[in-house]
Design a protein around this ligand. Structure first.
Ligand code: NAD
Ligand code: ZN
Length: 407
């Protein structure tokens, strides 16, 4: 079973275990990581089969640790102050103290809220992440970013992850058995982050990473346990290698640093945050990031920083992973664009107005904006595998980026 150690810059280290059937061992893995709780709050995702929460709880009760389980809904609208407060209250009702811990058995959404709860309850207690989606295994559960979304006012689009902290988990346990119940679309979602990692590091880390990711994707979509564990372990290592030297995303643009992990996200978050029309399904994080990577690649192409081959290779890899490379539906039918295009004028030319409005929204909401300047991550070079930060990108590049994904 692969075990990685995330060595934090000037801070402690924490282990990440990846394997099959690990939930039953979480209590002993916690002890090995230096935790000695008397009580734990287990925050479980309502869509994760209850047997997993039982196995996890049993590993602690067998050692005489008291476990209380709080089952919550994981969704972006629930990634809120209300959910955070429910976790605080449960922790307080349980009288958790600084030696105790909060466990997250869920994906990235609720996992981020649990991380924020662990970071703020009694000014910070230990959090243990047991990710149950591929995205959370390869990305959200490691790196220490915690968050809730902010709904500024009724009708306005929610601002993703606006409120949060940096609080590293004490331990991460990825049990690939949890992924058996995950809908296939959510496997694809997780693969979006793996494609992102391959776009960032294939050249520097290993030229074969791109090909290895390509080889593993079909196996992962068939839920091959070995392929899942291999992909998760290598992607955790990549994320750690980028995030750990720059834990608070303060590296200068030229160095890239942790900001590089936002490849596809600057554009994707805008799409993800648009208010939906009634009855329309939300755009998942992975699909939004996939579209964001296509957009960012076109921005790179428009600025002459990468070749058409890079754009094609990125799009081919996304398609292999079952991800969209263009928004298929009519955007105006899917999303309520009124708040974006206000005041809406009759006979509005969407093809011109929409890219500009989306860029405006990106500038207004993106957390990487420094000194009022937008910073985007784009691929560079003749083949996929290297990206860089571009500050204040030209308007024509942003226009080309949005045009490439809009119908
Ligand atoms: N902290 C970070 O560094 C970081 C990184 C990437 C993404 N994120 C965040 O992660 C979130 C997306 O996470 P996600 O893709 O894991 O989605 P998610 O947590 O929203 O889960 C998606 C759906 O799958 C269900 N689910 C979870 N595990 C399941 C299982 N094993 N079987 C069946 N259903 C299951 C959930 O209940 C939910 O309905 C976003 O909010 C994003 O901002 C955070
Ligand atoms: Zn992401």
């Amino acid at each position: 079973m692969p075990t990685l150690t995330i060595q934090l810059h000037r801070e402690r280290a924490y282990p990440v275990h990846v394997g099959q059937g690990l939930l039953a061992q979480v209590a002993s893995l916690s002890a090995r990581a230096g935790l000695s709780p008397r009580r734990v709050l287990l925050v479980a995702d309502s869509n994760v089969p209850a047997k997993h929460a039982r196995a996890l709880a049993a590993s602690f009760t067998a050692k005489g640790v008291h476990v209380a389980t709080l089952t919550l809904v994981a969704s972006e609208p629930h990634k809120s102050l209300d959910t955070l407060a429910r976790i605080w209250h449960a922790a307080s009702d349980l009288r958790l103290d600084r030696d105790d811990c909060i466990l997250a058995l869920t994906g990235g959404c609720l996992g981020d809220v649990v991380g924020l709860a662990a970071s703020t309850y009694r000014r910070g207690i230990a959090g243990v992440q047991c990710p149950t989606t591929l995205l959370a295994c390869v990305d959200a559960s490691v790196g220490g970013k915690t968050a809730i979304n902010l709904l500024p006012s009724a009708g306005a689009p929610l601002i993703k992850n606006l409120i949060g902290t940096f609080h590293q988990p004490a331990l991460v346990v990825s049990d690939v058995a949890c992924l058996a119940s995950l809908p296939k679309a959510l496997l694809s979602d997780g693969l979006a982050e793996c494609v992102k990692h391959a776009c960032l590091t294939s050249n520097a880390r290993s030229p074969s990473l791109w090909l290895r990711t390509q080889r593993l994707i079909p196996l992962v979509l068939r839920r091959d346990a070995k392929a899942l564990a291999t992909l998760i372990a290598s992607n955790v290592a990549i994320k750690a290698s980028i995030a750990s030297p720059d834990p608070r995303e303060l590296a200068p643009d030229a160095a890239g640093g942790r900001a590089l992990l936002n490849f596809g996200h600057t554009f994707g978050h805008v799409l993800e945050g648009l208010p939906l029309r009634k009855g329309q399904p939300p755009l998942s994080h992975g699909c939004a990031v996939a579209l964001g990577m296509v957009a960012a690649s076109h921005a790179g192409l428009a600025m002459g920083l990468c070749t058409p081959r890079v754009v094609e290779d990125v799009m081919d890899m996304l398609a292999l992973a079952g991800l969209p490379t263009q928004f298929e539906a009519d955007l105006a039918k899917h999303f309520d664009l009124a708040p974006l295009l206000s005041p809406p004028s009759a006979g509005l030319d969407y093809s011109l107005a929409l890219p500009a409005a989306l860029s405006q929204r990106m500038l207004a909401t993106d957390k990487k904006v420094r000194g009022g300047k937008l910073r985007i991550i784009v691929p560079t070079g003749p083949k996929p595998g290297t990206c860089r930060v571009v500050s204040n990108p030209p308007e024509h590049a942003l226009h080309a980026a949005w045009q490439s994904v809009l119908p």
